[in-house]
Design a protein around this ligand. Sequence first.
Ligand code: 0RA
Length: 635
Amino acid sequence: MARGTYSAKDIQVLEGLEAVRKRPSMYIGSTGPKGLHHLAYEVVDNSVDEALAGQCTAIDITIHTDNSITVVDNGRGIPVDNVPKYRKPAVEVVLTVLHAGGKFGGEGYKVSGGLHGVGVSVVNALSEKLDIEVKRDGKIWRQSFDHGKPTEGLKSAGTSKATGTTITFWPDPEIFETIQFDYDTLAARMRETAFLNKNLKIALVDERELEPRRETFRYAGGIVDFVKYINEGKDTLHHKVIYFEAGAEEGVVEVAMQWNTGYSDSVLAFANNINTHEGGTHLEGFKNALTRTVNDYSRRQGILKEKDDNLSGEDIREGLVAVISVKLRDPQFEGQTKTKLGNTEMRGFVQSTVMQAFAEYLEEHPKPSRAIVGKASQAAKARAAARKARELTRRKGLLESSTLPGKLADCSIREPELAEIFLVEGDSAGGSAKQARDRSFQAILPLKGKILNVEKAGINKALNSDEIQAMITAFGTSIAEEFDIEQARYHKAIIMTDADVDGAHIRCLILTFFYRYMRAMIEAGYVYIAQPPLYKLAHGKKHEYAYSDRQLQQTIARLPENAKYNIQRYKGLGEMNPEQLWETTMDPATRTLLQVTVDDALAAEKSFVDLMGDNVEPRKEFIQRHAKDVRFLDI
Ligand code: 0RA
């Protein structure tokens, strides 16, 4: 996997940087929080490439108090020799010419590519300031940039025996809606990167906190540790994580898997370290292989009789946690979000690798194998029973949108694109919301306190819960296999709970339900979290709302000196009168909604399990940490 010997001439030029500042979203997806975080990923990914080339063992990331980020690696250092075509040092070209990472064409082996491989020049273009330091050939080199343009030429700044690259960048507030980096989002990504690159040490420090937060991620077990991490706190069917790897002309594949006793599966697929959320050929190959191998084995062992139907892939994957990681030379990323691997050769390659290795595993490990097959057979039986129950429920009309739940105060509009449904905690808040709403396009569904935890209950129990049935009928989409997004009656489902610990818990229960049974609603961007204010600050005849402690302090600080003011803390939605609720939380003109995404499937899965699973400790910690911060799902 070594990058060929590199020289300045390999750098190819594609286009200039002005385009990036004009149309940032074309390069980083958005100028919201997600795009902002992509800047950090891009810089880190370049260092990770250096690690993949076997030339870098440690990466340090620091979030500074002014929201700048420093990334340090101990790689070879970006080359500083002159690029004849530009008559400039390679490092300057890399930072100022689009797609000049030395990775496009020629000798350069493009590993990161795809989603984030836009090049550090894009980060430079979108930063009000960027500093780089390269240690190489016994020397230290420095250069600074202002909105992507060098302030001076590359300067030698002393000597050093070390090698490596240090980049500090200040995201441009004129480009980004926010320049606040989210520690948890970066930490989740760094942890994932560390899992995918065995033994690479990634340290993250947040200097913005009084007591700096810091974590170091380094996993000697690679994706085996990844699977253990996801299964933490769950009961597993077999002790050891199953692992295999293979390398061939097509590339390399690594698979780690372990079943737990739960009902859902978490199969994560990566191609060149990129989370392929939309799947692709590597995932298809894996699934095919798993289904075939388990069925072959079950028949050979006589567990499945001749008359029996094959176990379905879904039944076999119930409770499975798996990570599939492929690395290949020329990845083709397709799909809506360019996270679907398209290389056809990967299907057969992964399939034959997994079939051979897993068949061998099953033969050699009779105990875990019987447990795995036993669970799949049970899943098949439960699924058949659930189907029957669903058919019954449907016959009774419970899942049909024709009989809307009694508690639903529907809106009058019938165009789903314009319709919103508020899922509101408790009947009293539901009452306020009904008075506050614009009934033409806003529906209200009050939910009783704690809804059923679907992480723990199976689909049958879920269907028996009134609250869950009400949600399903109101949405009109049905669930699980029968889910049909086309039938959605609202394109905004807005979770509106109190801004306290209980509210956070209920929000999480509702999200778990979406995540497990209506994930496509989240993927379609239909699920939102309302942001009710925490405080009302009255001064003179005016009043302002604050949505965080920090904002409250800032608002107070802006008041004229000696101004009298009064602070009201809202403990629940019920404390607001309908006008206030409308103005602060429901009026599209003034409210803020957080859109829920499953971009970071792992972070989401983990939050849900920490909160819902069997372990009490992580749950306590999670609630404490997130009581005031709802952005636990990737932003
Ligand atoms: C091009 C060629 C070489 C290294 C790098 C780029 C490089 C880029 C980054 C970005 C962050 N850290 C980095 N470290 C290295 C190879 C140079 C050689 O052959 O010595």
